[in-house]
Design a protein around this ligand. Structure first.
Ligand SMILES: [Zn+2]
Length: 250
């Protein structure tokens, strides 16, 4: 082992000793080679196992209004379950490393299925500027960076912006949610995306209303096709798509 590697290893060991990282799901201390979730919990995450198959409950959220090429959600979001902490850590608790780690995993999950064939760029669903400033990052962009690591696709963060911070969808009916997201996005670079196949990346999909609104805005450029990859789908959405989904902030 070279001296530099030896010093790096020592630094890692010291950091682990002083600030042990914990599994987001069970709270146990993570091993040096474990990231975000321990191996034991990783084996038990509520995976959808859709693997990008053509008929899955998330596809139905967009059909028939929006034509999508491929759609996938990697895991279920069961409100109140320990596995939710993966999503909550990324969204609300500043655990930005979750984004890249889970982004890589959700890309590897569908890579063999040819999910990314034809896709030309990744577009993370944007946050409103103030919200991103408060949080310090856009969780969907971090996921997108993980997907990009696996696929080598570029990440485009400046082709669409969120001009309205529709803070919460809670207590809104399905129809009201659709109205609530109308006009919240603005197309920035129509020339860049015209005729392109874009992969939208989002953290949790519930009604799909926000994603649909984002795609409708991007479609204004003309000739754009879409695929969608999400970290999680609300379990209630997957089971009973017509019921009102869970309460999750942007
Ligand atoms: Zn664990």
């Amino acid at each position: 082992m070279s001296l530099v590697n030896w010093i790096k290893r020592l630094a890692t060991d010291v950091r682990e000793l002083l600030f042990p990282r914990q599994c987001l799901v069970c709270g146990d201390t993570l091993g040096v080679h474990e990231q975000v979730v321990c191996v034991h919990c990783l084996m038990q995450l509520p995976y959808t196992n859709y693997h990008g198959q053509a008929e899955n409950p998330v596809v139905r959220l967009f059909y028939p209004n929006i034509s999508v090429v491929k759609v996938n959600a990697y895991m279920f979001y069961n409100q109140g379950s320990d596995a939710c902490n993966v999503v909550l850590g990324l969204k609300y608790h500043g655990r930005r490393e979750v984004g890249q780690v889970m982004g890589r995993m959700m890309a590897i999950d569908v890579l063999e299925q040819g999910f990314f064939e034809g896709v030309e760029a990744i577009v993370p669903v944007p946050l409103a500027k103030q919200r991103q400033h408060r949080r310090g990052y856009n969780q969907s962009e971090l996921l997108a960076r993980g997907v990009a690591e696996v696929t080598g696709l570029p990440v485009w963060t400046d082709v669409v912006e969120r001009v309205v911070d529709n803070r919460t969808q809670t207590h809104l009916s399905r129809a009201e949610r659709r109205e609530n997201v109308e006009g919240i996005f603005r197309l920035c670079c129509p020339d860049v995306i015209a005729g392109k196949h874009l992969l939208l990346v989002d953290d949790v999909v519930t009604t799909g209303a926000t994603l649909a609104s984002c795609m409708e805005t991007l479609a204004l450029a003309g000739g754009v096709t879409f695929s969608v990859l999400c970290l999680a789908v609300a379990a209630s959405t997957a089971d009973t798509p017509d019921e009102l989904p869970l309460d999750l902030d942007v």
